[in-house]
Design a protein around this ligand. Structure first.
Ligand code: SF4
Length: 487
């Protein structure tokens, strides 16, 4: 079947500049009402409804690029694709990002859809690929480019088309969920249709019930969780998003899905549909690990004595690691990875005073336990936090250390407050069990020791100017804008 011109609405005014409401209305008018309603349910907005970090579609692109034997293709404006390609290579993708370009004419006439179809056919080589992922960015989604009309499979290669518009998916974290959920949904249908390829699993995984781990995590964390599960008579299954297609079958075959990252709503829906129980939070710190082992043991049907033994062993090991790596500081923390609450729990158990935790992700049933735990300890927890929320928290609580996104860290540096970038320096470390307890404290204490250097730099640059008095201001610029000049 091909897309006709009537499948695609007039798109003359549908540039990226059109605004979220206009684009969302256009997408609904173009036949994507159901999609927009599902996004609204899965990724509730507010107080901000626009991405304040990188383009959300990066999350889906990254999931596709990390998967073996999978070709990932973008359909969107050239400027968006440039940014996404740049970011993916900055993060070491080392894979080709496919692109189907368009212009107003090919968008309006439906030629873009034909071009996408051709690209998908070209890539559907079973010797090279198990799957081809095609991602509609903002403008093609708003224009109703109907990826659902693509063939589901060509030469045995699966075709997975998804819409990931910034006006429906607020963060790149949630965009990972869009693709992970779509691939699990596809794999579920394959399982229902008949026998599927046997997943590559270790002897332990084959002999024991497995727990699928939902959320990208530091590799050591998956190993730590596997050891924890071993004491409950189970083994860690695949991490979702998976690295290869057949792992999707193994993931769906789990006994329990551990929602380590709480924002995977579409993914959770697929596990539920497969009849798998879901468990939120994660084994972080003494209390988090004990509660997780207790709940997981019950879901796995582990005997009481084994659960108690596992909790007792872990409690003493983690307590020792925390005591050996104390943190004595007031901290504010924010990020868009979805693991912010877990990190805050660990910091508090390490001795830190955490005044504020902001997450760009929404509150879900899987983060509720962590939010309650933090709020009971006086932490101000903000879901869907905006940059402004994070900055106000920094000004209000006057922390010794700020953990945050790039603009937050930049502001902290201007104030001579030691700061750490959440994505690169915190979320790229182990968090779980005893390994996590020691690791995070090291980087925090090292940053805190930089305080004298920050003050020296602040004194050195004093009087150089900031805000509208910084930079080079020619008399012409000052005359034209009314700002700038010497302070
Ligand atoms: S796809 Fe949408 S959210 Fe992403 S860069 Fe383009 S306009 Fe922005």
């Amino acid at each position: 079947m091909t897309a006709s011109e009537t499948d695609i609405i007039e798109t003359t005014d549908l540039g990226c500049h059109a605004g979220a409401d206009t684009l969302a209305a256009a997408a609904s008018a173009a036949g994507k009402t159901e999609l927009m309603a599902q996004f609204a349910e899965d990724y509730p907005k507010g107080p901000h409804d626009q991405p304040q970090s990188m383009c959300p579609a990066f999350g889906s692109l990254r999931v596709g690029l990390r998967m073996r034997r999978t070709a990932t293709v973008l359909s969107g404006s050239a400027c968006c694709v440039y940014g996404l390609t740049f970011t993916s290579h900055f993060y070491g993708a080392k894979r080709t990002v496919g692109y189907v370009p368009f212009d107003s004419e090919s968008l309006v006439t439906g030629k873009l859809f034909e071009d996408i179809r051709e690209a998908v056919h070209d890539l559907a080589d079973p010797d090279k690929n198990d799957a081809v992922v095609i991602i509609n960015l903002c403008v093609p989604t708003a224009s109703g480019v109907p990826l659902e009309l693509l063939p589901k499979e060509i030469n045995g290669v699966r075709i997975v088309g998804i819409d990931v518009p910034g006006f429906g998916v607020p963060t790149h974290a949630e965009a990972k969920d869009v693709l992970a959920g779509a691939m699990l949904a596809y794999a579920s249908e394959e399982i229902k249709a008949g026998p599927v390829a046997r997943p590559t699993q270790s002897d332990t995984q084959q002999a024991r019930p497995t727990v699928a781990l939902v959320g990208e995590m530091f590799p050591v964390d998956a190993i730590t969780i596997d050891r924890l599960l071993d004491s409950l008579g189970a083994a860690a299954g695949p991490v979702v998003p998976t690295r290869e297609w057949r792992e999707l079958y193994a993931a769906l075959d789990c006994q329990v899905a551990a929602m380590i990252h709480p924002f995977y709503t579409a993914t959770a829906r697929q596990f539920r549909a497969a009849g798998r129980p879901l468990l939120g939070s994660a084994p972080v710190g003494v209390e988090g690990t004990a509660a997780w082992l207790e709940a997981m043991g019950e879901l796995l049907g582990t005997d009481r004595a084994s659960i108690d033994a596992a909790i007792s062993t872990q409690k003493s090991a983690i307590r020792a690691a925390l005591d050996n790596n104390p943190i004595d500081a007031k901290i504010t923390l924010s990020g868009y990875e979805g693991s912010e609450l877990l990190v805050a729990r660990l910091l508090i158990e390490s001795g830190a005073e955490v005044a504020y935790v902001g997450s760009a992700c929404p509150k879900t049933e899987f983060s509720a336990v962590d939010a309650d735990w933090l709020e009971a300890r006086g932490v101000s927890v903000k879901f869907r936090a905006s940059l402004e929320d994070d900055l106000i928290a920094m000004e209000t609580f006057k922390p010794d250390l700020v953990i945050g996104t790039t603009p937050v860290v930049q502001k902290a540096k201007e104030r001579a407050i030691p700061s750490l970038y959440f994505t690169n320096l915190i979320s790229a470390r182990p968090l779980m069990g005893a390994a996590g307890a020691g690791s995070v404290a090291q980087v925090i204490n090292s940053a805190l020791s930089n305080q004298p250097r920050m003050l020296t730099m602040e004194a050195f640059f004093e009087g150089v100017g900031d805000g509208p008095t910084s930079g080079v201001w020619t008399p012409e610029i000052i005359a034209r804008t009314g700002v700038g000049g010497a302070s």
